[in-house]
Design a protein around this ligand. Structure first.
Ligand code: NAD
Length: 437
């Protein structure tokens, strides 16, 4: 099929490449000329495992191309996916300007008698589909189209496998014709398809991300009780997670959830619920627990180092999770800024996130970025594990200890075993477990 994706970021580009991989002919549109130039020159603007090969292969096979023109995308495609940002506004509600603008642009690009399916893949508040349909109609009275909600559930860091083998595909749609076309789009993926009305599909996405955030906050709240009572949160999580009704995933205590989705989606769901008159207090508690994780971690650092001012602190990890270069709304970045504000001298290393952290001015200029994890810890009075990259777990810990001034480790991701660290001569602080000194 001929498909168009508007917005070629983490969702749009990976979706476009995966659609092309299964044989569709895909045109990816973006209004960021720099991004389009890079993609046309064979450069991938984001890091996602497996993405580069996928893009190259499908560009070479003429199944994937890039443009800055929505008109070109709409002209040649039966189905048009919208994958533009839906960032939070200061009050937590969703900024819909990107979606509204794209809806107007699609309206002006649609030609009379040309039927198109307009699919919203961005994460949007319930009832957005109705708004998109009304907007297209308002700006083009002769347009022939249906609107579909098809939320995306990919995880950054494993977006390609998530898209190629999804747990489920949600198609929110009120038209049989559009539903049939959508089923054809997804047929090659051989995944379970759930067809719903548009409002339910939109709600599924916010409800799913809020539930996952809730699971993280739940184990983080349990981690605080573990710390106060001498229990070990990893053992508790294993014990809970072995119950198939609960599952072990998303039960990792740490610095709290971050990134470009969970914080904004929880905020959005709270705002949506409030707007329609059914306040969702539980989610406010999820947020409160999440924010308190970093505070508790900083208290632990002050406990270990007494005073942070003038301390040389190495931080491993800038990205909000491993296997991505995404540093948007990253808790490690927030942590670094807090440490610098308290007067610490910070050296950091991340396998993929350093370039964007610098380019987007997310960390103070005083933060030194190192070429390797070991270089970052030279002479450090403390090491913080802020992101659980495999690369960090694989370091030779004897070398780590020798290069540090003081063998103090604050592990914000419980990457290491406390007893092993103690045996190796470290003073080790994890999350939700007793310090090993
Ligand atoms: P992104 O910022 O990486 O990409 C969005 C792209 O849209 C950018 O390249 C931007 O230049 C482009 N764009 C903006 N306005 C445009 C316009 N008028 N015309 C053409 N292009 C335009 O964002 P993302 O992370 O891909 O997220 C997109 C949506 O998908 C959001 O609603 C997000 O919540 C949702 N989502 C994200 C993820 C994730 O892990 N990143 C997962 C599931 C859902």
């Amino acid at each position: 099929m001929e498909l168009c994706i508007i917005g070629s970021g983490y969702v749009g580009l990976v979706t476009g490449a995966c659609f092309a991989e299964v044989g569709h002919s895909v045109i990816c549109v973006d209004n960021d000329q720099r991004k389009v130039d890079m993609l046309q020159a064979g450069k991938i603007p984001i890091y996602e495992p497996g993405l580069e090969e996928l893009v190259m292969r499908n560009v070479a096979a003429n199944r994937l191309r890039f443009t800055n023109s929505i008109q070109e995308g709409v002209d040649g495609s039966q189905v048009i996916f919208i994958a533009v940002p839906t960032p939070p506004q200061p009050d937590g509600s969703v900024d819909m300007t990107f979606i509204e603008r794209v809806a107007r642009e699609i309206a002006s690009a649609l030609k009379p008698g040309q039927y198109r399916v307009v699919v919203d893949k961005s994460t949007v508040p319930v009832k957005t589909g109705e708004r998109v349909a009304a907007t297209i109609q308002r700006y083009n009275k002769e347009a022939s189209f249906d609107v579909v909600s098809n939320p995306e559930f990919l995880r950054e860091g494993c977006a390609v496998p998530d898209l190629m083998k999804p747990d489920r595909i949600v198609i929110g749609c009120g038209s049989e014709r559009a539903t049939d076309l959508m089923k054809r789009v997804y047929e090659p993926f051989m995944a379970p398809i759930l067809v719903t009305d548009i409002n339910s599909a939109e709600l599924i996405k916010h409800a799913a991300n809020s539930f996952l955030s809730l699971k993280i906050s739940y184990i983080n709240a349990v981690s605080a009780i573990c710390e106060a009572s001498g229990a070990d949160v990893e053992m508790v999580a294993d014990g809970i997670g072995m119950d198939r009704r609960i599952g072990r995933q998303f039960l990792n205590a740490g610095l709290g959830y971050g990134g470009s989705c969970f914080p904004k989606d929880v905020k959005a769901f709270i705002a949506i619920a409030e707007e329609i008159g059914v306040p969702f207090g539980l989610l406010k508690e999820v947020e409160r627990i999440n924010e308190s994780q970093l505070e508790r971690f900083l208290r632990k650092m002050r406990d270990g180092l007494w005073v942070l001012k003038d301390k040389k602190i190495a931080v491993w990890g800038l990205t909000f999770k491993p296997d991505t270069d995404d540093v948007r709304n990253s808790v490690p970045i927030e942590l670094i800024n807090r440490l610098v504000n308290e007067g610490a001298s910070v050296t950091a290393y991340d396998p993929k996130g350093m370039e964007k952290a610098r380019e987007w001015n997310l960390i103070p200029d005083s933060v030194k970025l190192s070429a390797t994890p070991l270089e970052a810890i030279d002479g450090a009075e403390a090491l913080v594990i802020a992101t659980e990259w495999k690369d960090f777990a694989n370091q030779n810990l004897n070398d780590v200890r020798k290069r540090m001034h003081t063998p103090l480790v604050f592990d914000g991701r419980n990457l290491f075993d406390p007893q092993t660290m103690k045996d190796l001569g470290f003073i080790y602080y994890g999350v939700g477990r007793a310090a090993a000194k």
